[in-house]
Design a protein around this ligand. Structure first.
Ligand code: PTJ
Length: 250
C-alpha cells in the first residue's frame, strides 16, 4: 500500500507496512504483528513521541554499552524489519556484536534476518547455525539457547522487544540488561538494568546519535553516569509522562 507523507499518521502507517512486508518476506513472525499492536497502544498513550524519561535511560544505556567488555545486541524479527540499517550502524559505532535470537524459533527466519542485516552493512551476525550453543538457565522458551561467544559471553546485552522470562534470567546471570519496551509495566521493563520506554523506530536512531556524541567521554565519566541511574525511579517517570500526556485530553 502506498501511503501519502501528508497523511497525519504517516509514520505509524508506514511502520505497519514495514512489518507487513517483513512478515511477507519471512522476517517477522505472525505473532510479531500482534506484539506490534500492543506496542502501538502504548505509543498512542505517549502521543507517539519519545517520553522525557527516555532521555536519561538512553544516556545511561550508552554509558553501559561504551564501557562494556563484550556488548551484544539481541535481534528478533520485528527489530530487524523496522530498523535494520540503524541497528547495524549502532553496533558498529559502539562497537557491539549482533546476535539473532528468536522467541518463535525458526532456522529459515534466522538466516533471512542475518542476510537482511548483512545487506545493511553487518560483517558478522551471531546466533545463526551457531556451533557453540550456550544455555541460559531459567528460560522456558527457545530464547534460552544463545551463542557462547555472543550473548553467552556478553557483559552488557541490549534487548529490544524481549519477553520477561529471558530478561529476568539474563539479569540473574549477572549481565547488564538494557531493554527497549513501550510498556513501562512489563516484566521486561521492570527486570532490566536500564529500560528505554520508547518505540524502537525512535529509540535506535537516538541511541546511535547519543553514542556518537558520548564516545569522547572518559571511562570514569561513563562509569559515573551508569552508576547514578535508578531504573525503577525512571519507570515511575515514564508512567508520569504517560499520565501527563493523557491529562491534556481531559
Ligand atoms: O521474532 P521473534 O520470534 O523473536 O518474536 C518477536 C516478538 C515481538 C513476537 C516476541 O518477542 C514477543 O512475543 O514479544 P512480546 O512478549 O509480545 O513483547 C513485546 C513487547 O514489546 C511488548 O511489551 C510491547 O509493548 C513492546 N513493543 C511492541 N512493539 C514495540 C514495542 N516496544 C518498543 N517499540 C516497538 N515498536
Amino acid at each position: 500500500m502506498k501511503i501519502s507523507p501528508n497523511h497525519p499518521r504517516f509514520r505509524s502507517l508506514e511502520t505497519r507496512e514495514r512489518l507487513v512486508r517483513g512478515f511477507q518476506s519471512g522476517i517477522v513472525a505472525p505473532q510479531g504483528l500482534i506484539a506490534h499492536g500492543r506496542g502501538e497502544a502504548f505509543d498512542y498513550l505517549f502521543g507517539e513521541t519519545s517520553p522525557k524519561s527516555s532521555e536519561l535511560a538512553t544516556k545511561t544505556a550508552v554509558a553501559f554499552l561504551l564501557r562494556a567488555r563484550n556488548p551484544v545486541i539481541s535481534l528478533n524479527g520485528n527489530t530487524a524489519a523496522l530498523v535494520p540499517r540503524d541497528i547495524v550502524r549502532l553496533a558498529r559505532s559502539i562497537p557491539a556484536g549482533l546476535e539473532v535470537n528468536l522467541f518463535h524459533k525458526s532456522l529459515a527466519r534466522e538466516r533471512k534476518i542475518a542476510s537482511l542485516l548483512k545487506r545493511n552493512g553487518a560483517d558478522q551476525v551471531l546466533g545463526v547455525d551457531a556451533r557453540a550453543r550456550f544455555r541460559i538457565q531459567g528460560v522456558a522458551s527457545a530464547r534460552r539457547s544463545v551463542d557462547a561467544q555472543g550473548i553467552g559471553d556478553a557483559d552488557v546485552v541490549l534487548i529490544p522487544l524481549e519477553d520477561g522470562d529471558r530478561a529476568q534470567a539474563l539479569r540473574k546471570t549477572g549481565k547488564v540488561v538494557i531493554a527497549i519496551d513501550l510498556n513501562p509495566m512489563s516484566r521486561t521493563s521492570r527486570a532490566a538494568t536500564v529500560t528505554i520506554v520508547d518505540n524502537i523506530i525512535r529509540a535506535i536512531p537516538e541511541l546511535l546519535r547519543v553514542t556518537l556524541r558520548m564516545k569522547r567521554l572518559s571511562r570514569s565519566r561513563l562509569g559515573d553516569i551508569a552508576s547514578e541511574f535508578d531504573n525503577q525511579r525512571n519507570l515511575a517517570r515514564a508512567m508520569k509522562d504517560m499520565m501527563h500526556y493523557m491529562q491534556g485530553w481531559t
